[in-house]
Write a protein that binds this ligand. Structure first.
Ligand SMILES: Cc1ncc(COP(=O)(O)O)c(C=O)c1O
Length: 351
């Protein structure tokens, strides 16, 4: 996967930034933040998956002689994935049609349109936008490029997950270069439908020796479908609310992610918008550009490692004063420009 990404014009490994002050604050050995604020020319990690999936789709079409006309790449998005699909379509001379649910910042919607995509705004939540995108992709010369799976639609979301593996491969190299020889003790992952977490679980649970790090999923309280599914022991859809963590505002776990999340996650936590805003502000003080979704990783880590019951949770997660923690900061502030004023302040629907 990295060889493929390395062929893309804007590819460079994103920084893995060590934050010793945060390590001290949280009582662990070392804290690193994987900073996805600039990835393949966009302010979030998502292009890693979209680029690989689009490449596979176009290669298949070429192999079967279906490439005489441009294809329309159809998708639904909370912002970042749709922008990445639209960017790939533009770069490769194809078309994109992107369905955007309510609650996505107008600047994020404009950024998708600026990639010359057709944008359809949906007066409903993310799951509804996904349904409408799937329907629209039945049109001639259209392909659905969705970053979530359901029974009968798994291949393309699987390619997207494969694309995300570059992020984990880079972390391995960067930790080794930083002198961390035995891998991290915990990795915190912001979760929407769980495709990124699926890539993370696959990476860290495929190692020949040992179980690898503890893996912590972090969701908004308004959209904690993975936490709810884990509590019930089966994947469920939930009714989502409003949250500044737009990219995590999803009501249904990806069907191909679910078994990995159920068997591979060690802990799951839901956080509030103010938690995410505080974490983003702290990261900004420390020099890291992190939007609400990206900062969710730090907010979730704080929730796990502080407050009542923290000692027990640290023991359960196998964390001690020397542990190494990696936070996936999956977007920069430019991806999702909400401040801690919250969704209502920017005219975002609150229900
Ligand atoms: C910035 C950001 N972080 C994390 C995620 C979560 O990824 P997933 O939906 O694969 O769980 C998203 C999804 O759109 C996102 O945009």
């Amino acid at each position: 996967m990295r060889d493929f990404h390395a062929t893309l014009p804007d590819y460079a490994p994103t920084p893995l930034i060590e934050l010793p002050l945060l390590a001290r604050e949280l009582g662990v050995g070392r804290v690193f933040v994987k900073d996805e604020s600039s990835r393949l020319g966009l302010p979030a990690f998502k292009a890693l998956g979209a680029s690989w999936a689009v490449r596979r789709i176009l290669a298949e079409r070429a192999a079967s002689g279906e490439d005489a006309l441009p294809v329309t790449l159809v998708t639904a998005t909370d912002g970042n994935h749709g922008r990445a699909v639209a960017r790939m379509a533009r770069l490769l001379g194809q078309r994109a049609h992107v369905f955007v649910p309510q609650g996505v910042h107008p600047q994020a919607v404009s950024a998708i349109a600026a990639e010359r995509a057709e944008v359809t705004q949906v007066a409903g939540p993310y799951d509804q936008a996904v349904r409408l995108a799937a329907e629209a992709s039945a049109a001639a010369d259209s392909v659905l490029v969705q970053d979530t799976a359901w029974p009968g639609y798994e291949r393309i979301p699987g390619w997207i997950v494969e694309g995300y593996s570059t992020l984990c491969a880079e972390i391995d190299e960067q930790l080794t270069a930083a002198g961390v020889t035995s891998g991290p003790g915990l990795v915190a992952v912001p979760v929407g439908v769980g495709s990124l977490a699926q890539a993370v679980v696959t990476h860290y649970r495929s190692r020949p020796s040992g179980r690898g790090p503890a893996l912590l999923s972090v969701e908004p309280e308004a959209a904690a479908c993975v936490l709810e599914s884990l509590s019930l022991g089966a994947p469920v859809s939930i009714t989502t609310g409003a949250t500044t963590m737009a990219g995590l505002n999803c009501g249904t776990p990806s069907s191909i992610a679910w078994p990995h999340l159920r068997d591979g996650l060690d802990a799951a936590v839901a956080i509030t918008d103010p938690d995410a805003a505080r974490a983003a502000a702290r990261l900004a003080e420390l020099g890291v550009s992190s939007g609400p979704c990206g900062a969710a990783a730090l907010a979730g880590l704080r929730a796990a490692l502080t407050g009542a019951g923290a000692d027990e949770r640290r023991t359960t997660l196998g964390l001690g004063p020397c542990s190494v923690v990696v936070l996936l900061s999956t977007e920069g502030t430019a991806a999702n420009p909400y401040s801690d004023a919250g969704p209502a302040a920017a005219g975002r629907p609150t229900s």
